[in-house]
Design a protein around this ligand. Sequence first.
Ligand code: ADP
Length: 384
Amino acid sequence: MRISSLSLRLRLTLLMALILTIACISLMAASIYAARVVYVLPQPVPEFGIEAGRGGELLPVPIPPVPVPVPPVPVSTEQQIDFASIGFLCAMLIIAIGTGITYLVAGKALKPVTDLSTEIEKIDEHNLYRQVQVPPSKDEVARLSLSFNRMIHKLEKAFLAHKHFSANAAHELRTPLAAMMARIEVVQLGDPPTLEEYEEALDDTRKNAERLSTLIQDLLKMNADMNRAACGTFAAKELFQTILSELGGELLSKNIRIEARLEDVSLYGERNLLHRAFSNLLHNAIKYNKPNGSIRITAVHHSDTTQITIADTGIGIPEDHLDKIFEPFYCVDKSRSRELGGSGLGLSISKAVIAKHGGEIQVQSETGVATAFSIQLPNARSIP
Ligand code: ADP
């Protein structure tokens, strides 16, 4: 049987038994040694001295009595054995009692831990909302219970987000598929369809297939890993120029004015991923902007981070939606987003990309007036 397979209570008891045994053996050895030193047999004391007589002969003379301490009584071998046996018995008794007390005390001291583990065992994926009781004490068990509750709360949130995401993804993928199937059935059911009906059905099917493909690509992008080897430093101005030239058609159609202050600012990261993140933000800034509106892009270098702000003069985001817009598939107005070709994944992708770079994204908005997204990206030398 391995020690690690024993309960904490038994381990503590065994440890205490070991300590008591070592202490008792040492004490016994010390006391036996001390007894031997103290109870030594007395040396014979000479009763007479010797001095020279008149004729030169040596004569014994009585030595004046010197006050000597009373010598200890000599110890017989039987007494020594008795002493050792009694000591041994006492030691055994102390070890047994000490071990028993340790077992009881350890059981009592570890009861909150046992209770906590019993409560934790009752929690599974179906009742992640349950919290364990936090004992009123301010000890390690109370701190452990608090940490566990915090962890289980985060786990529950992640679990719910995952469930939500799967349901939304399934729904978003099913909608264009269902539309395609319905269109095909209509063509198949009726009289032999005309060429226009065929063309119309094909056109619809193509649009839905494109929508499916965009969705799948977006989902893949959201989960794409960052390739550290592909990271590098590049000019912010150059990146935004490329994005704006791609979005040129939309800018023109809404007559949006761009104001960019990006001189001498460089960014560090995987260019393709950052391109996607900023492109989504700029795309939204155009999509949700008013005709003849404007977009301001600024970048500022700090010691550890670079802050990029994309502000537009668009419709804004109501305050109660601000904390949800980064969730996958979340749209403030579902039908408007769909009309504009969105599926609610744009900001989630941007947030995921920024997070992969160790950065953060925040939003500030005033309904009907303006929206500003602010991104902090770590500089090359502050990335671990
Ligand atoms: P989508 O644009 O496809 O709906 P996003 O994830 O890009 O999805 O955005 C989520 C929601 O946030 C949008 O539905 C929109 O209502 C809101 N939003 C994002 N950017 C802006 C913006 N610049 N101005 C106003 N609303 C915005």
